[in-house]
Write a protein that binds this ligand. Structure first.
Ligand code: SF4
Ligand code: SF4
Length: 623
C-alpha cells in the first residue's frame, strides 16, 4: 500500500492499516483542518503520514517545538471553529498538561481531538503512565479503541462529540493498538475548512479567577450530560457468550486478549466492552453487575475501571466479588497478552483453561545492549570528549554526566559510560544546574537538537542567570532521530515539507549569554578534542554544538547520489591493538574467529572516523 492511499482511498475500499495510519484516515474523514504534534513513539507514524500527505489533503500540519505548543496550536484552531487534532506519546501529555487542563475548561468551538499513545511495558518510554487517569484529572471525555477500525471510527465520532459538547475529546491508544495492522473499511474523506474566524469572548477563553469559577461549574454539568451519552452509546457493548457466572469489564487492547481466551476455551461469560469509558457509564455498568454473579476487570495499566466498579458496588451496597489487579488476579504492571489474561482467568473459572502455547520462539537470540548505529556522529563526539578528559587528566568519578531523551543517551553504555542521570525531555541541563550548585564536581550535560528546542532553552537561561559551571554538549544530528527522522526547528523544512527558516542553536546560546559557544563537526576528531579541552577548562556555561547529520540521513543522501564509500582494514598494518573495537566500538568493526580485525562492508557507513582512530593507519578506504 502506498502512503498516499490513506488520503486517496475511496469510500467502501478496504486498506490494511496500522492503528496510527487509521488515526490519520479517521481525522481526514472527520474533516480535520489543523494537525499538530511533537514526535514520540508509539504515536510517531501519525506524523510521518501527515508529513507526506498534508499538502495534498489541504490540511495544515506541523511538528511543533514541543507537546505544549502543539496542544496550543490545535486549541487555537478549535477556538476559531476549525476541527483540530493533536497527538503525542503519553509523557508528552505531561509536557502539554498545563494548557491541556485549561483547554478542557475553556472548551472549543470546532471539534478537537487529543490522542495520547500510552506505552504499557515501556518499550520506548521512561514510565508506564496510564493517561486514562489524566482524563479523570482533566475532566475530558475518553475514548478507547481496541483495533485500527475503531481508531478510525472513534476519530470521527470524537469530532462530533467534541463539537456537540464544546469540549476536547481524549483518545487513548496503547503501543499494541498504534502498531497493530488490520483491514479497515474506509468512509468518505471530508475537506476541512481552510480558515476559521475567532469570535472574541474573554469569558470563555481567559482563565482568570473571575471566569474559571463559572467554567468549572459548566465543565461538571457538561460531564453529567456526556455521561448520559456514554450510558446509551453503541460504542459500549455487551458480548453475551451465555452464562451469568462471570461478567468481564474490559477496554482497549485488553479486550482483544479477553476475546482470545474466551473463544479458545468456549467460556460462558458476559463481556462489557467499554470504548466510551469516561465519564464512566455508571448505570450501564450497574445493570451489567446486577446480571452477573462475579465481576472480572481486565485493563492495562492501572486499576482505573476496577476502582470505578468498586465504587459502584460500594455505593449500591452490592455483595459481589470483583476480581482484577487489586486482589492480584491480574498483574498491576506491564502490558497484557493472551497468556497473562488466561492465567488470571484460570484463577476464577471452574473449567480448566486450554494451556496456551508459548508465544516465544526457541531461537538462540543473543542478549545485546543498545548501540549507536555505524557511522553515528554521536560516537565521534563521545570518543573526542573522552580523549579530551584524559588529556586534561580529569578524574571520571569527579564528572557528572546528565544526559537526555534521544539516541545520544546510548553514550551511557560502555566504553563511554557517559550517562549518570536522565529523567525527562530537556532535563539534562536543569539537572546539571542542580549538580553545579550541589557539588564541586564537573558537570557535563548532553542534549539533542530537537530536545534542545523542545525543553532545553529555559534551563540554559537558568544556567546562565544563576552562574552555573556546566559544559552543555548539544548533539545536533540535523533531525529528530530516535522517533524515525522528523523535522525540527533547526532544519530548513517545516512539517509539510515546505522551506522554513532554520533556527540557530548557536545564536540562541550566544543570545542568552553563554560564556563560550563553539560549533564543530565531531567527525573531525582532532578539532573536536581541542574544542572540548577548551570548554572543559571554561569557568561558567560553555556550549559546544557538535553538528553532523545522522547516519540515516547520510545513508539516504549517499544512495541517492550513487556514492558508496566503505572502509577496510589493511591486515599487514593492523597490530590488533583493538582500539577501534574496544575504545571506539563501531558495530561494523568486529574480531574474526582467527583474531584478526575486520570491517563488515554491509554495516560500514563510510563515515571515516575509524580511520582517524587507528594509531597504525591500518584502516583505509576500500578500493
Ligand atoms: S585500531 Fe588499527 S591497529 Fe588497532 S585493531 Fe583497529 S585497525 Fe588494527
Ligand atoms: S567508516 Fe569506520 S567508523 Fe565509519 S561506519 Fe565504517 S567502520 Fe564504522
Amino acid at each position: 500500500m502506498k502512503v498516499k492511499e490513506i488520503l486517496t482511498g475511496k469510500e467502501g475500499r478496504k486498506l490494511f492499516l496500522l492503528g496510527n495510519e487509521a488515526a490519520v484516515r479517521g481525522a481526514l474523514e472527520g474533516g480535520v483542518s489543523v494537525v499538530s504534534t511533537y514526535p514520540g513513539t508509539p504515536s510517531s507514524e501519525i506524523g510521518n503520514v501527515f508529513y507526506k500527505i498534508a499538502r495534498e489533503a489541504g490540511v495544515y500540519f506541523e511538528f511543533s517545538s514541543n507537546e505544549k505548543v502543539a496542544l496550543e496550536v490545535s486549541a487555537a484552531a478549535a477556538a476559531a471553529g476549525l476541527r483540530s487534532f493533536v497527538f503525542m506519546k503519553h509523557v508528552g501529555l505531561n509536557v502539554a498538561a498545563d494548557s491541556f487542563m485549561s483547554t478542557v475548561y475553556t472548551g472549543v468551538r470546532g471539534g478537537m481531538i487529543v490522542l495520547s499513545a500510552d506505552d504499557p511495558s515501556m518499550h520506548s518510554s521512561q514510565n508506564e503512565q496510564d493517561n486514562r487517569i489524566m482524563a479523570r484529572l482533566a475532566g475530558i471525555p475518553l475514548l478507547e479503541p481496541s483495533n485500527p477500525q475503531e481508531v478510525k471510527d472513534l476519530m470521527k465520532f470524537g469530532f462530533d462529540l467534541s463539537e456537540q459538547f464544546k469540549i476536547p475529546v481524549l483518545i487513548r491508544t496503547t503501543t499494541r493498538i498504534s502498531h497493530m495492522r488490520e483491514v479497515v473499511n474506509l468512509g468518505t474523506v471530508i475537506q476541512g475548512k481552510e480558515k476559521g474566524y475567532f469570535k472574541k469572548d474573554p469569558s470563555q477563553f481567559i482563565v482568570t479567577p473571575a471566569y474559571v469559577v463559572k467554567m468549572r461549574k459548566e465543565l461538571i454539568e457538561k460531564l453529567q450530560q456526556i455521561e448520559k451519552k456514554s450510558e446509551s452509546s453503541p460504542l459500549n457493548k455487551i458480548i453475551d457468550k451465555g452464562g451469568n457466572e462471570i461478567g468481564i469489564i474490559t477496554s482497549g487492547s485488553a479486550f482483544n486478549y479477553v476475546m482470545d481466551v474466551v473463544s479458545e476455551n468456549n467460556l460462558k461469560v458476559k463481556i462489557l466492552k467499554l470504548a466510551f469509558s469516561h465519564p464512566f457509564p455508571e448505570k450501564l455498568v450497574l445493570d451489567f453487575i446486577n446480571n452477573v454473579d462475579n465481576i472480572l476487570v481486565v485493563e492495562e495499566v492501572e486499576p482505573v475501571m476496577e476502582k470505578e466498579v468498586l465504587a459502584i458496588i460500594g455505593k449500591y451496597n452490592i455483595k459481589k466479588k470483583v476480581y482484577g489487579k487489586l486482589d492480584g488476579t491480574l498483574p498491576r504492571i506491564y502490558e497484557y497478552n493472551p497468556d497473562i489474561v488466561s492465567i488470571g482467568m484460570a484463577k476464577i473459572v471452574e473449567k480448566a483453561l486450554i494451556k496456551r502455547k508459548k508465544l516465544s520462539t526457541k531461537l538462540p537470540l543473543p542478549l545485546r545492549s543498545s548501540v549507536l548505529c555505524p557511522g553515528c556522529p554521536h560516537r565521534a563526539t563521545y570518543f573526542a570528549l573522552k580523549k579530551a578528559i584524559k588529556k586534561l587528566k580529569l578524574k571520571e568519578e569527579e564528572i557528572i554526566y546528565s544526559t537526555d531523551i534521544g539516541c545520544y543517551a546510548l553514550g551511557l553504555e560502555p566504553p563511554y559510560n557517559m550517562g549518570d542521570y536522565c529523567i525527562s525531555m530537556g532535563s539534562s541541563l536543569g539537572i546539571g544546574c542542580g549538580f553545579s550548585k550541589a557539588t564541586n564536581q564537573k558537570v557535563i550535560s548532553f542534549i539533542g537538537d530537537s530536545t534542545f528546542f523542545h525543553a532545553g532553552i529555559p534551563p540554559l537561561i537558568n544556567a546562565v542567570h544563576n552562574k552555573d559551571k556546566i559544559l552543555l554538549v548539544v548533539m545536533d544530528n540535523r533531525i529528530t532521530g530516535m522517533t524515525g527522522g522528523q523535522t525540527n526547528p533547526g532544519i530548513p523544512l517545516d512539517g509539510m515539507g515546505n522551506p522554513a527558516p532554520e533556527v540557530s542553536i548557536e545564536k540562541i546560546a550566544l543570545g542568552v549569554g553563554a560564556g563560550l559557544v563553539k560549533t564543530i563537526d565531531p567527525v573531525d576528531l582532532k578539532e573536536t578534542e581541542e574544542v572540548f579541552k577548551e570548554a572543559l577548562q571554561f569557568e561558567g556555561v560553555a556550549v559546544v554544538i557538535t553538528k553532523h547529520p545522522c547516519a540515516m540521513i547520510t545513508d539516504v543522501e549517499n544512495r541517492e547520489k550513487g556514492i558508496s564509500i566503505k572502509y577496510t582494514i589493511n591486515q599487514e598494518k593492523c597490530t590488533k591493538c583493538l582500539i577501534c573495537v574496544k575504545n571506539f566500538t563501531c558495530p561494523a568493526i568486529y574480531i574474526e574467529k582467527d583474531g584478526s580485525v575486520n570491517i563488515n562492508p554491509l554495516l560500514c557507513d563510510g563515515c571515516g572516523v575509524c580511520f582517524q582512530v587507528c594509531p597504525k593507519k591500518a584502516i583505509e578506504v576500500k578500493k
